[in-house]
Design a protein around this ligand. Structure first.
Ligand SMILES: Cc1cc2nc3c(=O)[nH]c(=O)nc-3n(C[C@H](O)[C@H](O)[C@H](O)COP(=O)(O)OP(=O)(O)OC[C@H]3O[C@@H](n4cnc5c(N)ncnc54)[C@H](O)[C@@H]3O)c2cc1C
Length: 303
């Protein structure tokens, strides 16, 4: 058939939803579900795939349906009982059978400071469209933590913050941020003098906000969340990850329950750790970090 020929619409077979399973919108007719993060940030869910799903009597419409639908391709059978669907999703999660989770996608609109966006963008499996500071003027919005949220450098973790900094040091830090933010007036003045937007922006700090649309499938969102909800991730990106998780959880509740049980709150044991546990002997490693990790796991296990 030549490429320019329109499809013969009469030959498209359209399947109507079964009468006992009317279709419903997983976002209940909303265009946007938004959670504010910090002073100027937000995470907003703007779309879901699937969006319309069959509803079973007495059940809220959820996109868990699409995971089960894909997984059952081998059987050729439709959705079974709720309990069987839950068992299947939990089995898939436990056994890292990940492709059915890729059948669900979520699209977000987000505003976050550039230092958070830099960590976020490392997650390569998403589709991203970011605000262009070459094309548009960057708004006067900065991440400015509250005094009680200024963290001191952790002694044990070179990459992390620990306890709260002393009030005097925190005040000095916030005054420094204030001076940096005041330079926004120079950015504006130089734009007005004719400096191009693409160059004028290079003096802006990483605390200024950017925005983007970010679309990703559920398997890779779970991967993102397992890394960015973790206590080793920076607090600010964890705040966004928590908001994102709160937005998707009502839409894929069974998948999220499985994610929490088998990944987020689960624990991986190395071969050395299993041997130490089995034999009751010390961990066969003189690596300090590995030993500390084992101590933390033992504390969690209560052994
Ligand atoms: C606490 C923490 C500290 C970090 N510190 C640093 C740091 O100091 N410096 C730094 O540079 N980064 C750092 N990172 C970023 C980190 O190294 C990863 O780049 C980031 O977490 C994204 O992980 P990912 O590649 O698994 O995820 P994604 O890019 O979302 O990819 C998901 C999965 O898809 C697969 N995949 C994607 N792309 C490819 C590919 N091209 N080839 C093969 N497989 C692919 C992989 O299985 C991957 O795990 C840190 C991350 C965390 C959570």
């Amino acid at each position: 058939m030549p490429l320019h020929t329109a499809p013969d619409v009469e030959r498209i077979h359209r399947t109507a939803p079964a009468l006992d399973a009317p279709f419903a919108d997983v976002m209940a007719g909303s265009a946007r579900w938004e959670i504010r993060v910090h002073d100027h940030g937000f995470a907003a869910l703007v779309d879901s795939m699937p969006r319309m799903v069959p509803t079973l009597a007495g059940q809220a419409p959820t996109a868990d349906f699409a995971i089960v639908q894909a997984a059952r391709v081998s059987y050729g059978a439709g959705t079974k009982k709720i309990s069987e669907d839950r068992g299947l999703i939990r089995y898939l999660m436990r056994h890292r059978h990940s492709t059915p989770f890729e059948m669900v996608e979520f699209k977000f609109h987000m505003a976050m400071p550039i230092f958070v966006a830099r960590q976020w963008i490392r997650h390569r499996t998403a589709n991203v469209n970011e605000y262009s500071a070459r094309y548009s003027i960057v708004a006067d919005r900065f991440y400015h933590p509250a005094l009680e949220h200024v963290r001191a450098q952790s002694a044990g973790n070179r990459q992390g913050g620990a306890e709260i900094a002393s009030a005097a040091t925190a005040e000095e830090f916030l005054a420094y941020l204030q001076r940096v933010e005041e330079q926004y007036a120079d950015y504006q003045r130089l734009l007005e003098k004719g400096v191009s937007r693409e160059l004028a922006r290079i003096g802006l700090p990483v605390s200024i906000f950017t925005e983007w649309y970010w679309k990703c499938d559920l398997h890779n969102i779970f991967h993102f969340l397992s890394l960015r909800l973790d206590e080793h991730a920076q607090q600010e990106i964890r705040d966004y990850a928590r908001a994102m998780y709160a937005l998707i959880k009502p839409i894929v509740p069974v998948a999220c329950e499985a994610f929490e049980d088998y990944r987020l709150n689960a624990m991986h044991l190395t071969a050395l750790e299993i041997e130490a546990l089995r034999s009751g002997r010390a961990l066969a490693s003189d690596n300090k970090r590995e030993q500390a990790e084992w101590d933390a796991k033992r504390a969690r296990l209560g052994v």
